[in-house]
Design a binder for this molecule. Structure first.
Ligand code: PEP
Length: 254
């Protein structure tokens, strides 16, 4: 399966900075991505068009939005629709990121609505799941992943399920490892990814084998190589270390 290395720029970069980083990526990757990996940049809304323009035509380099509201249009002050993301050049949508769940109180139900809506609108959707430190220490890893995956995937109808192989990825991101410098150890990553694969198989059957499961949480150039080669790790979602083209490119080639 094609490995996906995704950048989450979070709330960083005004347009000139975004354009410069995207241009550096485009220049470095115009001859192809390392090992034909797929690079995805989740940019802030205001940067989407600038980034999409800068990387247009570069194979295996795609752009997405970090958030959206699951409606066509209407009185939803402060929100943006998938159609607006598409108009700005985005083809991916991120759902369930832990910062959305924990800072903005997004519920499993809203994450599920957004996931289904994004797929319905023809986007590629990356669904993030992961446990807090308290949940892990209480022995609830499996239950948390089971709940987060099931609420988002079980309601998908047959048409949307048929789109999953081309349009869906999971990112396992332990909340305690995001932006903290604490990377999950290889045994923890192996275990959580196997648990995730097993839950996906329980929900989707053999189709689960083709769904990429990315790891995210303090990925850096010096730990990316070890993580990407673990069983059931089909990619990486990178926050802090994706802000500079140089370190993101090192991770992409790790
Ligand atoms: C993220 O934003 O999804 C993330 C994993 O951040 P960081 O790499 O900074 O921990």
């Amino acid at each position: 399966m094609q490995k996906i290395i995704a950048a989450n720029w979070k709330m960083h970069k005004i347009r000139p900075q975004a354009g410069e980083t995207a241009a550096e990526l485009a220049l470095a990757l115009k001859g192809g991505t390392p090992l034909e990996r797929l690079a995805v940049v989740f940019a802030p809304f205001t940067d989407l068009a600038v980034v999409a323009d800068a990387v247009a035509g570069v194979k295996n380099l795609e752009v997405g939005a970090q958030n959206f509201y699951p409606e066509e249009q209407g009185a939803f002050t402060g929100e943006i629709s998938p159609a607006m993301v598409r108009d700005a050049g985005g083809e991916w949508l991120l759902t369930g990121h832990s910062e959305r769940r924990h800072i903005f109180d997004e519920s499993d139900a809203l994450v599920a609505r957004k996931t289904a809506y994004g797929l319905e609108k023809g986007f590629k959707v990356m669904l993030c799941v992961g446990e807090t430190l308290e949940e892990r220490e209480a022995g609830h890893l499996r239950d948390v992943l089971d709940r987060q995956l099931r609420t988002a995937i079980e309601p998908l109808d047959a048409t949307l399920r048929a789109r999953l192989p081309q349009s869906f990825a999971i990112a396992y991101e332990p909340v305690w490892a995001i932006g903290t410098g604490k990377v999950a150890g290889p045994a923890e990553v192996l275990d959580a990814h196997l648990v995730t694969r097993n839950i996906l198989t329980d929900i989707l059957g053999v189709a689960a084998q083709d769904l990429p499961i990315l790891y995210g949480g303090s990925v850096k150039p010096d730990n990316a190589g070890a993580l990407i080669n673990l069983d059931n790790v089909d990619g990486l979602l990178v926050g802090g270390a994706s802000l500079e083209a140089k370190s993101f490119l090192q991770i992409l080639g790790a």
